[in-house]
Structure formats: C-alpha cells, structure tokens
Write a protein that binds this ligand. Structure first.
Ligand code: ATR
Length: 288
C-alpha cells in the first residue's frame, strides 16, 4: 500500500483509524479520497494502538490537534471508557467514531446507521419496515445491526447464532431498547429455523462464514424464497456462497461494501457536517 502512504503525503495528519492490528483497514483509502476530493489539506493515517492505550492515544491526538478518528477491533469497547458516548452508541455498547471537540471527546457509532443507509440505498426500502433475520448475531456486526433495527422499532427480529446461549445478554439489551419488537433467538439446529426465515423480509449474514473459499452458505436453500432481500456483510469475496445461493433463488442481494462505505461516510459527516462524501468514497473502493 505504498500508494496509500503517499496519498496524503506532506499534508498534516489530523484524522486516523486506530486498531490492533491495523494494516488491512480500508478506512484510510476512502477517507483520504473524500478529503482530497473536497480539497481539504489533511491526511488520514492508520495508528496501531496496543490494548490499554486508547485513552493515551486520544490525549495525544487531541494535543496534536486531530479532528477525530475511527476506532476498530479490538478498541470499540475501550474507546467508550474514554469519551462522552452518544446515546445510540451507548445502546449498542460500542464506539467506532471519535470527534475531538473543544469541550469534550465525543464518541459515536456509525456501523448500525451505515447498515440502515446501505439497505435504503441498495434495496430502496426502510430497515424499520422489514422483519429481519440476522445470522451470526453474536458478533460485533450482528449486534450493531440488531441494535439499529431495534432503535427503529422493527416489528420482528430473528437472531441466529451457532451458540444460541451467547445471545441471552443481547436479547435482554434489545428488549429494553424496543419492548414491542418480537425477538426470537435460536441456533442453526433449531427445527423452526426455516419457518422463521420464511417469515422474514431481510436476511443478513454477519458471521464470518463465507470469508474462506471453501465455506458453505451460512443458511440452507430451504430458508430462502425469491422475494427475500439478502445482505451479506462480507465484501471479499464479492459473491459469497450465501449470495450465490440467493442469486440463484432469484433474491435481490448485495454485499458488505455498501455498509463499509456508508459507515465511513457517516463518520466523515460527524467531522465535517454538511458534506456528501459518499460518491467519492464509493469511487475509491469500487475502483479496486
Ligand atoms: P466479530 O469480530 O464481529 O465480533 P466474531 O466474534 O468472530 O466476530 O463472530 C462472528 C460471528 O460468526 C459469531 O456469531 C460466530 O458464532 P459464535 O458466536 O457461535 O462463535 C459466527 N461464526 C463464526 N464461525 C462460524 C461457523 N463456522 N458457523 C456458524 N457461525 C460462525
């Protein structure tokens, strides 16, 4: 990624993504593209921060006049302890975007809202209107999407996880956010799985199944019907086994690139309100 390092060379670093490890983050590429497109004389860098050092990193960035940063694995929880957390990010229990304001360090989460906007852009429908089934709901992305769905008060939510017991605390949290949402939490082996799936409008894979070349589809073909909307949060490969199966079944499908880009665009807008970075970020990542 020589080209990446050179992208903002010579400009002052005022934005960053922090994580550990951080080498493979796509964030610098899309944020630098937007900064450059708007003629902003700023550089977005990656910072490898050790666990336990997040507060210190924030202090240093503040001292250097940073505008903000993105926060990725494994720091999304530790970041919360070192900022003023927005209520929606508090409901989710994780922060992915920091803004260094004069009076405070503020934390937001754009993963859930990024997914909601991706659904709107790709499927031309509101998440709030869709009975949603989430596969791999125990992971970080699954929790972000489930939380967003409940913040929007969706009518029905199906959570599926290999280990269903893991879902207990999540379900409790979701019930507090949206008491009227009908929430079902099951494991893959549940005999009701197909029935519950067929009763959903939107199928989402948030598990890591599909990343590896020989992975199977996360859900069996008898769980799909052709008017399902199918979203896979994986974007490499662009067509996962689930998406291939869903395409063959005649479903409308899309991969996780739109969520990645939209969460990035929403973060950028926390730093620079009123801008429209989405097209620039889309071009930067789709050009790969
Ligand atoms: P994150 O980084 O998003 O938190 P994770 O903790 O690795 O991701 O988990 C992602 C999801 O993929 C989890 O729901 C995990 O299921 P478990 O909670 O049962 O571990 C799911 N997952 C990973 N490998 C899986 C597999 N082979 N079959 C089914 N689900 C799997």
């Amino acid at each position: 990624s020589r080209e990446l390092l050179d992208a903002g060379a010579g400009k002052p670093a005022k934005l960053a993504v922090i994580g550990h490890p951080i080498a493979h983050s796509a964030s610098p590429k899309m944020h630098q593209a937007a900064l450059d497109a708007f003629g902003m004389d700023l550089r977005y860098i990656r910072l490898d921060i050790e666990p336990g050092q997040v507060g210190e990193a924030f202090s240093r960035m503040r001292a250097l006049g940073f505008i903000g940063c993105n926060v990725t694995v494994p720091h999304k929880l530790e970041a919360m302890e070192n900022c003023e957390v927005h209520p929606d990010a508090m409901a989710l229990g994780a922060v992915n975007t920091i803004r260094f304001d004069q009076d405070a360090t503020r934390g937001f989460n754009t993963d859930g809202p990024g997914f909601e906007q991706a659904v709107r852009n790709e499927f031309e429908v509101e998440l709030s209107s869709l009975a949603t089934a989430i596969f791999g709901a125990g992971g970080g992305a699954g929790q972000a999407i489930a939380t967003q769905a409940c913040l929007r008060g969706i009518a029905r939510l199906l959570l599926v996880n290999r280990t269903a017991e893991k879902l207990g605390p999540l379900v409790e949290r979701l019930r507090l956010i949206s008491p009227r949402t009908e929430i079902t939490a099951i494991s893959f082996g549940d005999p009701q799985l197909a029935g519950h799936c067929l009763g959903s409008d939107l199928i989402v894979n948030t598990s890591s199944v599909g990343l590896k070349a020989d992975d199977p589809s996360i859900l069996p073909v008898n769980c799909l019907r052709k008017d399902h909307l199918v979203y896979d949060t994986i974007y490499q490969p662009a067509v996962t086994p689930l998406l291939a199966l869903a395409n063959a079944a005649g479903c409308r499908t899309t991969n996780g690139l739109s969520m990645l880009i939209n969460q990035g665009a929403l973060a950028f807008q926390h730093w620079f309100p009123g801008t429209e970075p989405l097209p620039h970020m889309t071009r930067a990542l789709r050009a790969e």
